[in-house]
Design a protein around this ligand. Sequence first.
Ligand SMILES: [Zn+2]
Ligand SMILES: [Zn+2]
Length: 239
Amino acid sequence: MKQLIDLHVHTISSGHAYSTLQEVIQYAKSIHLPMVGISDHAPGMPGGAHLFHFFNMRILPKEIDGVRILKGVEVNIMDHEGNIDVDQRLLSKTDYAIASLHPPCIPFGDIKTNTETLIKVMSIEGIQVIGHPDDERYPLDYDALAYAAKEHNVLLEINNSSMNGFSARSNSKEVIKDLLSSCKLHETHVIFGSDAHISFDVGNFTYCKEIVEECDFPMELVVNHQIDKLKQFFPKIFQ
Ligand SMILES: [Zn+2]
Ligand SMILES: [Zn+2]
């Protein structure tokens, strides 16, 4: 099954990642990944990229060395009102946005508060993906989350880095099983994301593939290998 896209990739602009844009592209090309999305951390994350970084992405070519470059952002959810750290003007300029819960940007809430927060964020225009909803420190009602994601035409991410043994997120492998079971029940689409912080991890979906197989999750609900589904969730990319 040919993977077409990895939308969750960090460069040195994120402050705690180690590869340049060019290294990311070279690596994507070497693994024959046709499309790569750059989603550096927005300014709410300590060390994250400045807003100017995102506005200036207009200078990036659409394609470099045969690899299609998508201009994205991983925004931080800053409070339980669902406020994020970039505004509509920026979201209208990016090709896509992932919204995520990260310490220290937002405190660990209870299950009801966290779930309501993510559902509020799904209504923000320009947010297409909820990043790594798989951290036991931010407990979530997966049934409600999967139902709402489907209603809002938003993807839930299956994050490879959460499962690689280096992540600060808690008990993700077990939590992702609950997430997948709720997505299967509600026929909610998901997207694999590497969350690469170094070029060699771009397009690495090893653990994502393992867990969907283990959970007998239907591949029709994973968008990475399906161009028609990618068009449905990311119309801007294909304009
Ligand atoms: Zn990061
Ligand atoms: Zn993140």
